[in-house]
Design a protein around this ligand. Structure first.
Ligand SMILES: NC(=O)C1=CN([C@@H]2O[C@H](COP(=O)(O)OP(=O)(O)OC[C@H]3O[C@@H](n4cnc5c(N)ncnc54)[C@H](OP(=O)(O)O)[C@@H]3O)[C@@H](O)[C@H]2O)C=CC1
Ligand SMILES: N[C@@H](C=O)C(=O)O
Length: 264
């Protein structure tokens, strides 16, 4: 068996995109720590990967909307110097409008998509910096830049993931800790059932198989990409969008209101 590349921690690994990351990273030579709520599904994913790759696969049953569970996973990450990668993938979405959404469910979504991701990143980064080695992969969404597409709270959580990753990347620029943020478009997983809009209801030309999404994202990672949008065919569109943002950034804070806001 090839030597280990360290342990990759993957949240939301009991199915969908996370389970595919688990498979692909184990094949690359990572041992795994897989996190999700459904222990039985996690065990099945882990057993299949052990069988296929011979890698060591640990499972951690945790509900990442719960403070104590997040703290438990954070401690596992902080305490284990063999961990070299964190894939912040666990997340839920919603298709309902603000008026039709249950505000407690929205709050739980923020706890998972934002707070858990932030806390686990805080748990991983200091050790990665100290050892000058590590990779953080944050799974955002195209709704980070197109929030009108689905539920607004969901879009807001993914905008957080993008902004947080942009800032983190800048902060870690002088280290060997790499940050990648992945913005999937619609991907064929259980996500859509959980979100309340079966994937069959989407135009099928917009829906990517989950295997293709993960393989493309990992190819982007191997090229040291920061932002990876597998479904965006014209990469120049992202470059123009981000270039406009960066050009504007230097003009956003001044000591006088703009002329259009000066009375008279
Ligand atoms: N599918 C899509 O179209 C898109 C998905 N994404 C993002 O991709 C990521 C993965 O989603 P995807 O694979 O599609 O969805 P799935 O619903 O297939 O998988 C979600 C995973 O997250 C886990 N999870 C859900 N809630 C919790 C929780 N409270 N605590 C711990 N784990 C939890 C689930 O496991 P369990 O139920 O066992 O806890 C499951 O393993 C999400 O962040 C999503 O926002 C982004 C853009 C598009
Ligand atoms: N990226 C999906 C959700 O997050 C979508 O295409 O809406």
């Amino acid at each position: 068996m090839q030597e280990t590349l360290g342990i990759a921690v993957i949240t939301g690994a009991s199915g969908g995109i996370g389970a595919l990351y688990a498979d692909r990273l184990a094949r690359q030579g990572y041992d795994l720590m897989l996190v999700a709520r459904n222990g039985e599904r996690l065990q099945r994913v882990a057993a299949a990967i052990r069988e296929r790759t011979g890698r060591t696969v640990l499972t951690v049953t945790a509900d990442l909307t719960k403070t104590d569970d997040v703290a438990r996973v954070a401690t596992l990450i902080t305490d284990d110097p063999r961990i070299t990668m964190l894939v912040n993938n666990a997340g839920v979405g919603a298709a309902a409008s603000l008026i039709q959404s249950d505000v407690d469910a929205m709050s739980a979504m923020i706890a998972l998509n934002v707070d858990a991701l932030m806390r686990l990143t805080y748990a991983a980064v200091p050790g990665f910096v100290e050892r000058d080695r590590g990779t953080i992969i944050n799974i955002a969404s195209i709704v980070a830049v197109a929030p009108e597409r689905l539920n607004g709270v969901y879009g807001g959580t993914k905008a957080f993931v993008l902004s947080f990753s942009q800032s983190l990347r800048q902060e870690l620029a002088d280290s060997n800790v790499h940050v990648q943020v992945v913005l999937p478009g619609a991907t064929a997983t259980d996500f859509w059932d959980v979100a309340g809009l079966p994937v069959q209801h989407l135009p099928q030309e917009m829906v990517m198989p989950a295997q293709d999404l993960v393989d493309a994202a990992l190819l982007g990672l191997s090229r040291k990409e920061f932002v990876t949008i597998p479904s965006l065919h014209d990469a120049g569109q992202w470059d123009a969008f981000d270039g406009a943002r960066q050009a504007m950034a230097g003009n956003l804070s001044t000591n006088k209101p703009a002329a259009r806001y000066q009375a008279g």
